[in-house]
Write a protein that binds this ligand. Structure first.
Ligand SMILES: *Cc1c(COP(=O)(O)O)cnc(C)c1O
Length: 386
C-alpha cells in the first residue's frame, strides 16, 4: 500500500534540488534598520516597515490602551459581535488619507484582495491582470470564477489590444494591478490605466500595498502621486507595511464599500481585526499625516542608494525601479542565494527572491526612512567587494 502522503517528501526534494527551498529566519529584536537575525547583528534591508514605525512607542501605546479597553480578541465577525468604534475610526482615517468616500478594513491585505475581487466579478466577467501582480490578486481572480487574462507587464498596448478584442464579449470587466510592484519596485502606468478603464467601461483595482504611506505628498499612494485623487478607482492596501500593524483595507465609493460589507466573504465570515492591530494602524495613519519628514528621509535614502549603485557599481544588474524597493538581478536561484549568504556574513540582511515568486532571481533591498547614510554606505562598500 502506498502512503498517500509520500508525495510530500518527494515534492520537497524537488524544491530543494531547484534551489527553491525556503524557511523562516528568526529575528530577535525590535523592528529597526538594524536587527538581530539568527544571533547576528545585521543592517536590515528586508523590512516592509518603510517609515520605521513598527517599533514606534506610540503604536505600542495605542495597542496596549486598546487591549486594556477592549481585550485581545474582537470575538466575532464584524457583522455579528466583532465591530468596535475603533474599526469605524480606522476606516474613516483611511478614507480621509485616500480622499475616498469610505473604506473597509480586512484582517489582511491578502484577504482584502481575495474578498474584493471575488465579490466584484463572476463567471460572466473578464479580469485583465498585469502578469507581475501579487499572489493575492492572482488568487482573488481565480476565486472569482471570471475569465482571467494576463497582459504583458506594464504593457498598455497589450492591455488595449486585449480590451479591443474581448471587452464586448463579457458583462463586467475588471483591470487589476499592483501600483508599486512588490518584487520589482517599478510602478504601474496608472494614468493610462484610468483612461483605458474609462474608454472600455472597466472597473480598475490597484493594490497600493507598497505605496501607502510612502508615495504621494501625503503618503496616500500612487493614486495621489499621479494626481488621480478623486478618480473612481478601487484602492486596496495593507496596514502591515509602511503602517507597521496588521490588516488590509479597501478604499473607494460609499456604494462600493456598502456592497463589499454585504458580499465580500473574506470580510463577512472572518473575525474582525483585533483591537490592538486596529489601534496601532490608526496611530500609524496619524504619523503618516503628521510626520511628512519620514517620506523625505526615505526618498533621500532611496536616491543615495540608487544613484550610488548606478555610478559606482554599473556592472551590477540594477532592475528598473521608481520606489523604495531596489533589486539586483542575478543569473539563477543559486547565485542569488549565494550573494544573499555573502551579504549576511558581511552583516547585511537582504533576501534572495526566487521563482516561483518571480520569473527571474534577484536580491531585493527595501529602503527605510530610518536607515542612516552610513548603513547605506556600508551596503555599497560590501557590494564593491563582490
Ligand atoms: C504584502 C502584499 C499584500 C498582502 O498584504 P498583507 O496585509 O500582508 O496580507 C497584498 N498585495 C501586495 C502587492 C503585497 O505586497
Amino acid at each position: 500500500m502506498n502512503n498517500p502522503y509520500a508525495w510530500l517528501k518527494s515534492s520537497l526534494n524537488s524544491i530543494h534540488k531547484a534551489n527553491w527551498y525556503r524557511s523562516c529566519k528568526t529575528i530577535n529584536s525590535m523592528p529597526d534598520s538594524e536587527i538581530e537575525l539568527m544571533g547576528k547583528k545585521v543592517i536590515n534591508f528586508a523590512s516592509n516597515d518603510y517609515l520605521g514605525i513598527a517599533g514606534d512607542e506610540r503604536l505600542a501605546q495605542a495597542a496596549i490602551t486598546a487591549i486594556k479597553e477592549f481585550g485581545t480578541g474582537s470575538t466575532g465577525s464584524r457583522l455579528l459581535s466583532g465591530h468596535r468604534q475603533l474599526h469605524g475610526d480606522l476606516e474613516k482615517a483611511i478614507a480621509q488619507l485616500k480622499q475616498t468616500e469610505d473604506a473597509l478594513v480586512f484582517s489582511s491585505g491578502y484577504l482584502a484582495n481575495l474578498g474584493t475581487i471575488s465579490a466584484l466579478v463572476g463567471q460572466k466577467d473578464l479580469i485583465l491582470a498585469d502578469e507581475y501582480n501579487h499572489s493575492s490578486l492572482k488568487n482573488g481572480a481565480k476565486l472569482s470564477g471570471a475569465t482571467v487574462l494576463n497582459y504583458t507587464h506594464n504593457h498598455i498596448e497589450d492591455l488595449q489590444a486585449k480590451l479591443q478584442q474581448l471587452r464586448n464579449q463579457y458583462r463586467r470587466c475588471l483591470i487589476v494591478t499592483d501600483s508599486v510592484f512588490s518584487m520589482d519596485g517599478n510602478i504601474c502606468k496608472l494614468p493610462e490605466l484610468v483612461e483605458l478603464a474609462k474608454v472600455f467601461q472597466c472597473m480598475l483595482l490597484v493594490d497600493e500595498a507598497h505605496a501607502t504611506g510612502v508615495m504621494g505628498k501625503n503618503g496616500a499612494g500612487c493614486v495621489e502621486y499621479f494626481g488621480l485623487t478623486g478618480e473612481e478607482i478601487i484602492q486596496i492596501g495593507t496596514l502591515s507595511k509602511a503602517l507597521g500593524s496588521l490588516g488590509g483595507y479597501v478604499a473607494g465609493s460609499e456604494v462600493l464599500i456598502d456592497f463589499l460589507r454585504n458580499r465580500a466573504s473574506t470580510w463577512i465570515y472572518t473575525t474582525g481585526l483585533s483591537p490592538a492591530d486596529t489601534a496601532a494602524a490608526l496611530e500609524a495613519i496619524k504619523i503618516v499625516k503628521d510626520e511628512p519628514q519620514r517620506r523625505e528621509w526615505l526618498w533621500d535614502n532611496v536616491n543615495l542608494l540608487k544613484t550610488s549603485l548606478k555610478q559606482e557599481l554599473s556592472g551590477l544588474n540594477l532592475l528598473p525601479t521608481q520606489s523604495q524597493i531596489i533589486c539586483l538581478g542575478l543569473e539563477n536561484p543559486s547565485s542569488a542565494l549565494s550573494l544573499a549568504d555573502k551579504l549576511h556574513k558581511a552583516g547585511i540582511f537582504a533576501p534572495a527572491i526566487r521563482p516561483p515568486t518571480v520569473p527571474t532571481s534577484r536580491i531585493r533591498f527595501s529602503v527605510m526612512a530610518t536607515h542612516k547614510h552610513s548603513q547605506i554606505r556600508f551596503l555599497l562598500d560590501i557590494l564593491h567587494q563582490e
